[in-house]
Design a protein. Structure first.
Length: 326
């Protein structure tokens, strides 16, 4: 749902320093879903952790292969010793904690540690190929990728065309500038009259579209929705007053709220299982799920999530194709 109505409320603009340092870093290191921004100096000035403070603890090397789980893989995969994984390229730190890139070119992040740990359990390696958020699932469907990973939430529509092996729970949450009068979002009607930014082709777009009529029923102005494939223009919009609220994944926005100066986490309204994506009926979904459960049982899973400061986002059991909440 989009609207030409102007936002009913405006906040004071973020300081120019954010635009000249943090926002420009985002332009150089943008991602498809929420991320961090700001130079170390800007973050420190605002009392937040520097965006470049990337955790370095090794939580994968100690993971051991499980011969029984490896045996669950198709013979052709065991012979090749590798699977092709489709995901988005995440330069810089703008999409942490999910994934990012260090100054020396190493790919890092929660998703990276987790998939590498799963590969070790199954005794394989990943051949990582980069696509975009809208193209990874079609790439899995047409066989270009064996597995897709891009913080894909389980939805009824997606489960019609692909299978899921879950590995975390992520939510649908909101981030605003510190000067916004709105201090919490508990329902979509709290957004009425505001400009909301999110990513196209996402569960967030789906939620906003389905709830678009609720403001009218409440006798309020509708919210305006703007769609961006990168997080950089969203943060610029928050900084210059053109965007009131960023609607995105809880995991990323909580991370952003502690790294991006002059932003505040406004709360979460729902939660969704997230998983590895495989072709419908693929024999890979069960081994992937079993590998996640092995990591959970051995304590390696918790170490990965604790490293990235998001222990509360983890799951107790991985499932194949759980009931969709959206």
């Amino acid at each position: 749902m989009t609207s030409t109505n102007p936002p009913a409320r405006r906040r004071s603009r973020l300081p120019a320093a954010v635009l000249t340092s943090g926002a420009l870093v985002l332009l150089a290191a943008c991602g498809a879903s929420g991320g961090s921004g700001g130079s170390p100096a800007t973050g420190a000035a605002a009392g937040k952790a520097p965006a470049t403070a990337i955790p370095t603890r090794d939580v994968v090397s100690a993971v051991h292969a499980d011969p029984a789980l490896r045996a669950e893989l198709p013979a052709s995969v065991r012979a090749a010793g590798a699977l092709t994984l489709g995901t988005t390229l995440s330069p810089g730190t703008s999409t942490l904690p999910h994934s990012g890139e260090t100054p020396d070119g190493r790919t890092v992040g929660l998703d990276v540690d987790l998939r590498n740990a799963v590969a070790k359990v199954l005794g394989i390696t990943w051949k990582v190929q980069n696509g975009t958020f809208p193209t990874v699932i079609p790439g899995v469907q047409n066989g270009r990728y064996d597995v897709g990973q891009d913080n894909f939430g389980v939805t009824a529509d997606r489960e019609k065309v692909v299978d899921f092996a879950t590995y975390l729970n992520d939510g649908q949450a909101f981030l605003g500038a510190s000067g916004l009068k709105l201090k919490a979002v508990r329902d979509l009607t709290d957004l009425c009259g505001l400009t909301v930014a999110t990513s196209p082709g996402s569960t967030f777009q789906q939620i906003l579209t389905r709830g678009a009529a609720r403001c009218a029923r409440a006798g309020k102005r509708p919210y305006t929705v703007q769609y961006f494939t990168d997080s950089a223009p969203i943060f610029l919009g928050l900084a210059n007053g053109k965007v009131d609220v960023y609607f995105g994944p809880t995991l990323s926005l909580k991370y952003d709220s502690t790294h991006v100066p002059n932003t505040t986490f406004l709360g979460q309204i729902s939660s969704t299982p997230v998983g590895f994506v495989t072709r419908k009926g693929s024999p890979l979904s069960k081994p992937l799920s079993d590998a996640v459960n092995k990591l959970i049982a051995d304590g390696d899973y918790r170490k990965i999530f604790d490293k990235w400061g998001v222990g509360d986002i983890g799951i107790t059991t991985s499932r194949v194709n759980p009931a969709a909440t959206l």
